[in-house]
Design a protein around this ligand. Structure first.
Ligand SMILES: [Zn+2]
Length: 288
């Protein structure tokens, strides 16, 4: 049996960006290659200028304009002396990545990760020359990007502040168990919810659902949500009730992180929506 992939990154930043990016790229590489059984392998990544990218594109592809990402697979891997597979080299122009991130209004680091995953898949033989191949490549690329453990969107400091405000708004004359929920959207909205109790007990509603329904009522769609936060008045990180889990799996993307805080906010549990409801009953079951 082949070992899972264990990747080393040969990283060169000619554009002198934030040093923490190297760690991010290594994580993206390992989480991408985790899906393939390559054993020990290495990838080179260089961040280069627009000019250099243009020259490389002209030299190797005979296209006289710049581009966002280029990959060069090493086809020969006949170095018998080494058990480390050299996958090849990826070039990214971060200036162009920045422009594209602004165009699609998503975070710069997400665009860089997207381009890197795209480059890695090319090194592994994926391509987008025809419709069938591109469908396959783009589906995998998005799946990998969405399921990265890196959260490109959440400002934890802001989330914690919003959660405390949401929790303080809870209407709980019967249980005094105050819950705050916050849904974060791609456009940077932090939408609050809190539990609302009623003397007719079944009319009570949880914070999670108030946040979700409120977010939808503002015109958001499922794909707009990037993370959720929760806080309860418990000393431990209490999670959501079954009804909320069912609503969450249907109305939120299954891969988004859910950060669950205890009352003092000195404990935090990070799960995804799908972690909370495995084997969920969904609209797909109604169709089958
Ligand atoms: Zn609930």
């Amino acid at each position: 049996m082949k070992k899972k992939s264990e990747v080393t990154l040969d990283y060169l930043d000619e554009c002198h960006l934030d040093k923490s990016l190297e760690k991010m790229f290594l994580l993206v590489a390992s989480e991408t290659l985790e899906r393939f059984s390559l054993g020990k392998c290495t990838i080179s990544l260089s961040l280069i200028s627009e000019n250099k990218m243009r020259n490389m594109n002209k030299k190797y592809r005979n296209i006289d304009r710049t581009t966002d990402v280029l990959s060069f697979a090493y086809l020969e891997n006949d170095d018998e002396m080494s058990d480390i597979k050299d996958l090849g080299c990826i070039l990214i122009d971060p200036k162009r990545a920045k422009k594209q991130a602004e165009e699609f209004s998503h975070p710069f680091k997400r665009e860089l990760s997207f381009l890197f995953i795209h480059g890695i898949l090319h090194l592994l033989g994926y391509d987008h020359q025809n419709e069938e191949d591109s469908e396959k490549m783009f589906a995998l690329q998005n799946e990998i990007l969405n399921n990265l453990t890196i959260d490109f969107y959440t400002d934890q400091k802001k989330l914690k502040k919003e959660l405390k405000i949401a929790q303080s708004m809870a209407i709980t004359p019967y249980s005094h168990f105050n819950v705050g929920a916050v849904l974060i959207t791609k456009s940077g909205e932090y939408i609050r919810g809190f539990n609302i109790e009623n003397s007719s007990y079944p009319a009570t509603i949880c914070a999670e659902r108030v946040a979700i329904y409120s977010a939808y009522s503002r015109g958001n769609n499922k794909d707009d949500f990037v993370a959720m936060g929760l806080i309860t008045s418990s000393n431990e990180t209490s999670t959501c009730c079954g009804v909320c889990r069912q609503v969450m799996i249907e109305l939120l993307p299954s891969y988004i992180p859910v950060y669950i805080y205890n009352d003092k906010m000195d404990k935090m549990l990070r799960l995804t929506v799908k972690d909370m409801l495995p084997y969920a009953f969904t609209d797909e079951d109604l169709k089958s």
